[in-house]
Design a binder for this molecule. Structure first.
Ligand SMILES: C[S@@+](CC[C@H](N)C(=O)[O-])C[C@H]1O[C@@H](n2cnc3c(N)ncnc32)[C@H](O)[C@@H]1O
Length: 245
């Protein structure tokens, strides 16, 4: 019988807060009432124009029951709870976040779920490897250099045959009139989002060809899901019998 432990917080080391979190997003992530407000499922649905539900459903299609999963960054709404349910008691789910306040918020809420929380800046490499690594609505908040580090650390933490899943904003189609509202809004509050409109997530990968890449878009291209599947090295592939023909 596996040893089932729940809701452990690892890493008592002091993790230096990334400067962009302190300067730009403290009003969201370090403010309890704001976090509580944004955590409401109806607010999440409104802010994503109803897309959040579909994005979570599509994320879960790629998460295996009983698998090992690393998620970089806590999220609002039901994404973490649903992911923990999908993984189940016999898998492992590690959630790493640079802010102890966010870890505490999620730990309190998800006390009955089997999740290991870790205070960790994902701009530093991870020591373990996982079947799946999730970045859910994280990359758009990061400045270019940090984004590159986080994408590569996420990819490096994927086991052979495993995958990294990036769900985030994408350049809306020219028929999506919301783009005219989103541009000034992003420039004011989320200044690094626009770069994700013009640069593909796979373009940040140093070892791009170690992965097979798949991309899907949602809501007139406003959101994207990118899956990077780590290829298995030839010498590790199961031997196949030479064909008679
Ligand atoms: C994953 S994003 C998602 C929030 C988004 N609004 C949502 O719920 O859809 C936000 C989280 O990422 C965390 N974060 C940002 N930069 C990080 C980094 N370098 N390492 C670890 N966590 C980070 C923040 O502290 C925050 O809790």
């Amino acid at each position: 019988m596996p040893n089932i432990k729940a809701n452990v917080v690892k890493n008592s080391k002091i993790v230096k807060e990334p400067p962009y979190l302190r300067e730009l997003y403290a009003f969201i992530y370090k403010n309890k009432s704001m976090s509580r407000f944004l955590d409401d499922e109806r607010i999440q649905s409104l802010l994503s124009l109803g897309a959040k539900k579909v994005l979570i459903e599509d994320l879960l299609e790629d998460v295996g029951t009983n698998s090992s999963v690393l998620q970089i960054g806590c999220t609002f709404g039901s994404q973490m709870q649903k992911t923990a349910d999908k993984i189940g008691r016999y898998g492992s789910y590690v959630v790493a976040d640079a802010l102890p306040a966010q870890i505490e918020r999620c730990r309190e809420q998800l006390i009955d779920k089997k999740i290991d929380f870790e205070v960790m800046d994902a701009r530093k490499p991870f020591s373990a490897k996982y079947d799946t690594v999730i970045c859910f609505m994280l990359l758009h908040e990061l400045p270019e250099t940090s984004r590159e580090k986080v994408v590569n650390n996420a990819l490096d933490a994927v086991k052979e045959g495993g995958k990294a899943i990036f769900i985030d904003y994408n350049m809306p189609s020219k028929y999506n009139l919301l783009r005219f509202f989103m541009k000034p809004f992003n420039r004011l509050y989320f200044p690094f989002t626009e770069n994700l409109w013009y640069k593909q997530i796979r373009a940040y990968a140093r070892k791009e060809n170690h992965f097979a890449w798949y991309k899907k878009t949602y809501r007139a291209k406003m959101f994207q899901k990118v899956v990077a599947l780590r290829k298995v090295a030839d010498e590790k592939k199961p031997e196949t019998k030479p064909s008679f023909y």
